[in-house]
Design a protein around this ligand. Structure first.
Ligand code: OGA
Ligand code: NI
Length: 333
């Protein structure tokens, strides 16, 4: 069955959007986005030489928001620019060239070019297409899902992958220290060097009715951390104290989401952030999240050193693949 890509629908230059993208009135962006004096989403300077302060800021943001934007993060601007350029070129290819990378219909993995991977909520579809492929470790990479065009694609994605791993190590370290644990505790709780890095490119085409629809519907990520590079078109929103708050575009910042596994391992100390995206009338929004996932059979649960009579385990320990199965099929964990 041929899947209808949102990019193709968007190219038909209509003034309306098909009904399956139209959210119920009470759930539409304008009805649900908070407009008022709001605390700013934390922006954290990763080059802060005062490590204690840095650990404090990261732990505070991860606890209160489950989310922060990192500046001076050490990933060269030029690497990010080339990553964005390569992904943008891929989504600019003729449709049949992109379809070469389509996720096979019977595949168990989410890897490949696709549309509406997210389970439809209320029968509604999100306004976006995507490409998923793993970028690390080498033993799990399937290069068949890496675009050959543009020719620079592989090199820039490998280079970005190296930087993203160094950055993730810094964040895991701060999250561990913020819990009073050894510096390597968090990363080890997710499989250490076996952690799998799944890159996604989101492509949200310009939308004639951005007031009616979303690019991704509200969700938490089931990953450990999600490390995301956006393009310059804003749209990401996070839920804080029951309000949907716009994340402003901070040039050169890297966005960090706490995923479900961080909440589980920290026994609820850090919070998995509920988020969604809006779309833009004139411009395509794009983003490059990397989901850091435990190996499928690795068991994640609350870190034992955190537990005692006052702090009993609030979450089950289970293999990541079982967690993922329940999440994707909307079953209780
Ligand atoms: C996602 C997601 C946010 C964004 O793909 O899981 O939340 O900014 N994307 O595109
Ligand atoms: Ni997400």
């Amino acid at each position: 069955m041929e899947v209808e890509r949102v990019q193709v629908i968007a190219s038909l230059s209509s003034h309306t959007i098909p009904a399956e993208f139209v959210m119920p009135e009470t759930e539409q962006p304008v009805a649900t986005t908070f407009r008022g004096p709001i605390p700013e989403i934390p922006v954290i300077d990763l080059s802060d030489p005062d490590e204690e302060n840095l650990v404090f800021r990261i732990a505070e943001a991860s606890r209160e928001w489950g989310f922060f934007q990192a500046v001076n993060h050490g990933i060269p601007t030029e690497v990010i620019r080339r990553l964005q350029e390569a992904g943008t070129e891929f989504f600019g290819l003729p449709q049949e060239e992109k379809e070469v990378y389509a996720k096979p219909e019977d595949a168990k993995s989410i890897e490949g070019y696709g549309t509406k991977h997210q389970k439809i909520v209320n029968g509604k579809k999100p306004w976006g297409d995507h490409l998923f492929h793993k970028i690390w470790p080498p033993s799990v990479i399937n290069y068949q899902f890496w675009p050959k065009n543009p020719p620079s694609y592989r090199e820039v994605n490998e280079e970005y992958g190296t930087h993203v791993r160094g950055f993730a190590d810094k964040v895991f370290r701060s999250l561990s220290l913020g819990l009073g644990l050894e510096a390597n505790a968090m990363k080890e709780a997710f499989g250490g060097e076996e952690l799998e890095y799944m890159l996604k490119i989101n492509y949200y085409p310009p939308c004639p009715r951005p007031d009616l629809t979303f690019g991704v519907l509200e969700h938490t990520d089931m990953s450990t951390l999600t490390i995301l590079v956006p393009n310059e078109v804003p749209g990401l929103q996070v839920l804080k104290d029951n309000h949907w708050i716009d994340a402003k575009y901070v040039p050169n910042a890297i966005i960090v989401h706490m995923g479900d596994q961080i909440e589980v391992a920290s026994n609820g100390y850090y919070k998995s952030v509920l988020h969604r995206t809006t779309v833009n009338k004139e411009k395509a929004r794009m983003s490059w999240p990397v989901f850091l996932e435990p190996p499928p059979e690795f068991v994640v649960g609350p870190i034992p050193q955190l537990l005692n009579d006052q702090n009993p385990a609030k979450y089950k320990s289970k293999m990541f693949k079982d967690y993922a199965y329940c999440k994707l099929n909307k079953l209780p964990q």
